[in-house]
Design a protein around this ligand. Structure first.
Ligand code: G1P
Length: 298
């Protein structure tokens, strides 16, 4: 039986270049999904998976992320005085359930370099990694990080979340290949970060969530700059795969990359349509917009 995983690392550094100019002054992790910043969904996924200690890896200029998880006493007093008790309860519960600490990545040398900064935080414990710009909407009651923890309790070593991705999009991701051990569970033996078109080792791409044992740290130290001259987490994971100590779990859920323009828009439409107070208006507007486009085409 593997030890319970109680720690998570949330990398939230990076310039957010795919969402410029918005991200010039505002961290991409604070992009809203309807009315809640993406990083709050990520923290809630961790907490709902049993995590109670979180380390966020930030870069300079992202102090607003810290502010979001800090108490806002003046705002709370105002909401209380004006009797907005539901909103007050929502605001005071942000991040509740976990102790959150922060560390800065001084030079943006890639995702692998960011995770390396968590070595002291992890100590001898396994930990989850959740990328701070991506929401994974689980297809069941078990959050996607919880699904990985379930896989970890079976295999006892590191696990990556994966999803099937169409051929033409594989070059945007880390792609795995290996042997199926159980339905939806693969022993990984090859990994390629952002493979050139036609060279991917399979159709399953890494989907923003991981569980690592501390074995990842010596692997990261042995990893030289790779794609984009950055220390790639995928390259360090290859060391684990080479010794048969990496599994991939096909997620039950849908991934929304809020750090990309199309991901941001579609996620907002999808989540807004689930809100009864918003759905009616938005549906009518969307139908009109789409109808107008159709009419202009004929
Ligand atoms: C990162 C990882 C890549 C993974 C992707 C989505 O890439 O390097 O392996 O597939 O996240 O989880 P990025 O989107 O930061 O370029």
């Amino acid at each position: 039986m593997s030890a319970a995983v109680k720690k998570a690392v949330i990398p939230a550094a990076g310039f957010g270049t795919r969402m410029l100019p918005f991200t010039k002054a505002v961290p991409k992790e604070l992009l809203p999904l309807v009315d809640k910043p993406v990083i709050q969904y990520v923290v809630e996924e961790a907490i709902n998976s049993g995590i109670d200690e979180i380390l966020m890896i930030l870069s300079s200029g992202k102090e607003a992320v810290i502010n979001h998880f800090n108490p806002a006493h003046e705002l709370e007093a105002r909401l209380s005085a004006s009797g907005k008790s539901e909103l007050l309860a929502e605001i005071t519960s942000i991040g509740r359930g976990a102790v959150i600490s922060y560390i800065y990545q001084e030079q943006l040398n890639g995702l692998g370099d960011a995770v390396k900064l968590a070595e002291k935080f992890a100590g001898n414990d396994p930990f989850a990694v959740l990328l701070g710009d991506t929401v994974l909407d689980s297809g069941s009651d078990l959050p996607v990080t919880g699904q990985l923890l379930d896989e970890y309790s079976h295999c006892g070593h590191s696990v990556a979340a994966v999803e099937a991705v169409p051929q033409e999009k594989l070059s945007r991701y880390g792609v795995v290949g290996g042997t199926w051990e159980r339905p939806g569970s693969m022993r990984v033996d090859i990994m390629v970060e952002k493979p050139a078109p036609g060279t991917a080792p399979g159709e399953f791409a890494v989907a923003s969530r991981y569980v690592f044992t501390p074995e990842i740290f010596p692997a990261l130290r042995a990893t030289l700059p790779g794609k984009n001259n950055e220390i790639q987490l995928t390259d360090a994971m290859k060391h684990l795969a080479a010794s048969g100590r990496l599994n991939a779990r096909v997620i039950d859920g849908k991934r929304y990359d809020l750090g990309s323009k199309s991901g941001f828009i579609t996620a907002n439409v999808d989540f807004a349509l689930r809100r009864s107070e918003l759905a009616g208006d938005i549906e009518t507007e969307l139908e009109q917009i789409l109808q107008k486009r159709k009419n202009n085409r004929v």
